[in-house]
Design a binder for this molecule. Structure first.
Ligand SMILES: [Zn+2]
Length: 89
């Protein structure tokens, strides 16, 4: 009976160790892939006005001459738009 309990405990510990090993093994790559996925989601784009890099999803889009530009802030977007309009004149 004790042997059975010991084997159960050993089996349980092995199962847990295996599980954590699988998780542990998957975790770094999972983190990496999550980070990579995050990077895919959060592509860093450059603000054409202030030259700052920011995640694309945080960007404020502005269409100028068929170009879709992304800005880090409304201030940059408006300033860039004004700059472009000033250049055109
Ligand atoms: Zn900016």
């Amino acid at each position: 009976m004790i042997r059975l309990i010991v084997w159960l405990i050993v089996g349980y510990l092995l199962f847990r160790a295996l599980k954590s090993w699988i998780r542990g093994g998957a975790r770094p790559s999972g983190r990496v892939s999550r980070r990579a996925a995050g990077e895919v989601d959060d592509v860093m784009v450059k603000d054409p006005y202030c030259q700052a890099y920011f995640p694309e999803r945080n960007g404020l889009p502005l269409e100028i001459d068929g170009q879709r530009l992304l800005f880090c802030s409304p201030e940059c977007r408006d300033a860039y738009r004004r700059q472009r309009q000033a250049q055109r004149r």
